[in-house]
Each structure stands twice: as C-alpha cells, then as structure tokens.
Design a protein. Structure first.
Length: 366
C-alpha cells in the first residue's frame, strides 16, 4: 500500500493553506479534492472580504485567528502579487437606538486586539460616503477585499513548489484510524496510508468524519446550514468602502461589498436551509433586500438589484442557539494521533486561513 506523510481533504482556501503549510514544513503532502478544480465549494461563494476581527467573542478562535490571519494575509498578498485593496468599511447605526451598539462593537473589537476603529459622527461619515444615511458610524480602516481565486492559485503553487501534490476528482469514501496510521479509501477503491490527515472538507466535514472507523462518534458535531443570498447592483457603486449595518441575528446584516473591479453586491442575508446544495437564489428575496439597504442608502432605485449567487455557511448550532466558534479538533480532544478535523469553518475562514494552517500544524505536531 502506498504511503504519504500527510493528506488534506478539501481544496478550498483553508485546505490549500493547510496543505501549503504542511509542505513548507518539509512533509510530503497530498491534497484531495472531490471536485474538478480548487476552490469550487464554499470558497467560490464568499464575499472576498478581508475581515478585521471585530465581532467575535473575546478569546474565541475566530477572534484570535482572524486578527492573526488578517496580517498574514495582507503580507502574503504583498509578497505574492495578489490583488487586494485595503478599502476599509463603515459599520453604520441608522437609528438613535443603535448608537449604544456601536460602542459595544468598538469595545469588543478592542478586546480582540483591533484598536484602529474610529467613531464618526453623521457629518464625518457622509463626508467619506455622501450617499450614505446614518446617525453615526465606525470606520474600520484595516478591512479590505481580495482576489480570492488568485490567492488560492498562489497557495497551490507554494504547495506544489514545496513538493506537495493536488489530486482532483478524488473523493474520499472512508478512513480507518489505528496505531499504525490512518488508511484512506477513495471512492474508486484506491487505498493510501498516512500519518497525518486533515479533514478540511467544509460543509461535508462532519459527514466525512462519520465515515472514519476508530473515531469516537461522541466527538462528531451536527451540521446546520445557513444560506446567504447575494444580489448584485446594476450600474456603478455609489460607495468606495464596504458598508455594514449594525449586526442582527446569525449574520452581519445585508451589507454592501465590492469586488476589485468595483462591482457592488448586497448580502448575505440569513436563510436556514436543510441542504448544503440549496444554492439557487429566490428572486423574491430581493424585496426584503430593498427595505434593508434603504435604511442606509435611501436612494436605491427600484429594479436595480438582480439575483447574484448564494453560499452556505457551515454552522454547528441551530438558529435558536446563536453562533459557534471554529472547531479545530486534534488528538488532544479525540485521541487519534495525526488526525485533525476542521468543523464550522465559516466566515472569517478566508481571512483566517493562513493562521488556521499554522494552528493545524501545531495540533499535528502535538
């Protein structure tokens, strides 16, 4: 049976970052991807935002890895010539009742090490973005946007230059964990033995973990799916920065983001669904978008939004139980040497990807 030092399952942005890190540490790594290309799952359906690390609970992995990952990511983009723009974002209060929430957000950000937020009056905010309507805002100058596909291609290149290999159309069927290593069985019957295995299968990670013999079922989370729909704006964006309302519910509100070409899109909303394959945008949901967006951009014209795309956030709790943290589950939790599961890696997964990879490497080294 063929053997390899390490296998990573899932070639999204996090799986690519992990495989790259393992290869750079001198291990032979194989990156398995069930699809026909890299980054075709959740990574192809995000907003491409580099997050500052503002909203997450103090001490959480999301807070820690987002702040670390943001700086690593900006430096990586600079060193690899990857397109990005540190455009900044405004978090806007659209009523007097939300002013206290802005201060809460500022304090939470500071506890996470994000100390560059600036409180702006209405006049100061409108001086930056004249089309905006708000009573006050927080400016986050370290928020940005990135060409996520170029980022993933660079990570793939680093991995391959360090001796790693990518196998596309290579679905993993099952794994058997023992003291002698982990034996993988591909969907086509091929078997492979490895000493290190990282499950970075995104939305499919919990289901894949269920097919691991020798892994205790009590460590398996239940998967929940929060669909986020995006609508694109016809014509030129009136804003040069990202615009986020004060967060509500399980998401960050219907916000405005930009791509590097200047195209504006609104979303995501939060729609709890039963399937990770529920990716069709219902045009009727646009009706609610108009009302939400007009809270901070009253000049939005009827008929100017069209269905864009949808993505699914891998959640570990149902809607009624609030948010959950990243789960990087290594041998110290489940007792299987060389095995790391990545569960619930939603936003800010892209921003955190390089820091997640370093954390996974620490787990593998014990």
């Amino acid at each position: 049976m063929e053997t390899v030092d390490a296998v990573v399952v899932g070639a999204g942005v996090v799986g690519l970052a992990v495989a790259r890190e393992i290869a750079l540490q001198g291990f032979e790594v194989l990156l398995l991807e069930s699809g026909q290309g890299i980054g075709t799952g959740t990574s192809s359906r995000n907003s491409e935002v580099i997050h500052a690390g503002i909203y997450y609970p103090e001490g959480s992995l999301k807070a820690k890895l987002c702040v670390q990952g943001r700086e690593l990511l900006y430096a990586y983009c600079d060193s690899h010539g990857i397109g990005y723009r540190r455009c900044g974002k405004l978090i806007v209060a659209t009523s007097e009742q939300q002013l206290g929430q802005l201060e809460d957000i500022r304090q939470k950000a500071a506890s996470n090490g994000v100390t560059d937020l600036q409180l702006l009056s209405r006049a100061q905010a409108l001086a930056l973005e004249p089309e905006l309507d708000c009573v006050a805002a927080l400016l986050s100058p370290s928020t940005g946007i990135v060409d996520s596909h170029a980022l993933m291609l660079a990570m793939q290149g680093d991995m391959e230059n360090a001796g790693g290999a990518l196998a596309l159309s290579s679905a993993l069927a099952s794994a058997t964990c023992s003291a002698d290593g982990i034996v993988l069985q591909a969907a086509d019957g091929t078997q492979l033995r490895t000493r290190m295995l990282v499950n970075s299968a995104g939305l499919q990670a919990p289901d894949l973990a269920r097919r691991f013999q020798g892994f205790a079922a009590r460590h398996l989370p239940t998967a929940y799916y929060a669909k986020g729909n995006y609508f694109t704006l016809a014509g030129r964006s009136p804003f040069s920065r990202l615009i986020y309302p004060v967060p509500e519910g399980a998401g960050l509100g219907v916000h405005l983001t930009l791509d590097l070409g200047g195209q504006a899109k609104f979303g995501p909303d939060v729609q709890w669904v039963d399937s990770a394959d529920d990716l069709v945008v219902d045009p009727a949901r646009g009706d609610g978008f108009y009302a939400e967006v007009r809270k901070y951009w009253p000049a939005l014209q009827d008929g100017s939004l069209s269905p864009g795309y949808a993505g699914i956030r891998p959640k570990l709790k149902p809607a009624r139980e609030g948010t959950s943290d990243f789960v990087i589950q290594g041998p110290s939790v489940h007792g299987v040497a060389g095995l790391v599961h990545l569960f619930g890696i939603e936003s800010p997964g892209l921003t955190s990807s390089l820091a997640i990879a370093q954390q996974v490497m620490r787990e593998l080294r014990g």
